[in-house]
Design a protein around this ligand. Structure first.
Ligand SMILES: Nc1ncnc2c1ncn2[C@@H]1O[C@H](COP(=O)(O)OP(=O)(O)OP(=O)(O)O)[C@@H](O)[C@H]1O
Ligand SMILES: O=P(O)(O)OC[C@@]1(O)O[C@H](CO)[C@@H](O)[C@@H]1O
Length: 323
């Protein structure tokens, strides 16, 4: 089974205004509300690709109820821990003519020790062969917040669970010594990790290699419109371009990519006798599906639907640039 963990889920309020000017009243031209948070987004896109997962994490208040309600309505299994105080956050994504997207992500509710223990208890029930995706930020009020994902990796060390981490800075760095199955920094996150601007493929690759040397089994570096690098556990390095298209939204492209990657990996290992062994060729296929889902996300208003992902994937098959 695949489990996603979202410590800080959200309702993403996506608004479009004409010309945005600081200090003025704006009336929206379009507005939409999506369930969000990185782990939840991965579960949502997996669901589109007919891969089952269970979304775990913490929710609070009326916004938390709405998140659970919408997940149920989409047929996504979840098992969230309800917090007694506060409300799950509303993150504002502002689109405006001629400007890049602006995001305002809220802090979200506090999580106390006893609720955290409840999550750990649920995670202890995971079984060998399961995938666990730890994705997104964690509330800063948590004690030792930057060690939370590392603590989870440590807790599950003796079990053969494939842990995927999509996080920034020390929250990611601290997990590396536990040999996570996959990490997915984007270029900016990689630059922050190494404190330098990465101007070309060579320097990106050098940093990705260092992350692998520090423990990650597979490293997927997403490069937005430029595609991605994958350094896999067999020592292969793949560099793939992203297909071109009309970009409608880049929020969640990374989450869609992770879901596509995982769906691609699972579909290609399905035929194996015990369904658990990953072979060399599987990663190439997984990367193609990751890029297809990520780019389909960029070409969609919200997260991508199955049809769009399949169309983009088919287009990639026809175009030799992508191999
Ligand atoms: N402008 C674009 N054109 C085509 N594909 C894109 C574009 N932006 C993103 N993608 C696709 O999505 C994948 C992930 O993108 P990106 O590197 O922006 O992830 P991210 O920064 O983690 O995203 P986010 O944090 O917004 O969810 C890319 O590898 C690519 O396949
Ligand atoms: O504040 P975090 O946890 O870093 O990111 C949260 C978030 O921006 O990530 C998703 C897109 O990846 C959105 O659905 C959500 O609003």
């Amino acid at each position: 089974m695949i489990y996603t963990v979202t410590f800080n889920p959200s309702l993403d309020y996506v608004v479009r205004v004409g010309e945005f000017t600081l200090g003025n009243l704006h009336r929206t031209e379009e507005e939409e509300l999506f369930v969000g948070g990185k782990g939840i987004n991965v579960s949502t896109v997996l669901n589109q690709l007919e891969v089952k997962s269970v979304a775990l994490g913490f929710v609070a208040g009326f916004t938390g109820n709405e998140i659970i309600h919408q997940l149920n309505a989409s047929g996504i299994s979840s098992d969230f821990i309800l917090l007694d105080q506060g409300m799950s956050r509303i993150n504002v994504k502002l689109k405006s003519e001629g400007h890049v997207e602006t995001e305002i992500n809220a802090q979200g509710p506090s999580i106390n020790r006893s609720k955290l223990e409840k999550l750990y208890h649920k995670l202890e029930q995971l079984a060998e062969g399961d995938f666990l995706i730890l994705s997104g930020s964690v509330p800063k009020n948590l004690p030792d917040a930057d060690y939370i994902y590392a603590d989870i990796c440590k807790l599950l060390t003796s079990k053969k669970i494939r842990i995927i981490v999509d996080a920034e800075g020390d929250l990611l760095r601290n997990t590396l010594s536990y040999r996570p199955f996959l990490v997915k920094p984007n270029q900016e996150e990689l630059e922050k990790l190494f404190g330098q601007t990465l101007r070309d493929d060579e320097s990106i690759l050098r940093c990705a290699r260092m992350i692998q040397e520090q423990g990650a089994q597979n490293v997927l570096v997403s490069l937005a419109g430029e595609g991605a690098f994958l350094l896999d556990e067999f020592g292969h390095i793949y560099r793939r371009k992203a297909p071109k298209g009309k970009v409608l939204n880049s929020v969640g492209a990374g989450d869609s990519m992770l879901a596509g990657f995982l769906a691609g990996l699972l579909h290609s290992i399905e035929g194996h006798p015990d369904c658990k062994e990953i072979q060399e060729k599987d990663y190439s296929e997984a990367l193609s599906w990751g890029i297809a889902a990520g780019s389909a996300g960029a070409f969609s208003i919200g997260l991508p639907e199955a049809d769009t992902i399949h169309q983009v994937r088919q287009q990639m098959n026809l175009d030799s640039d992508f191999y």
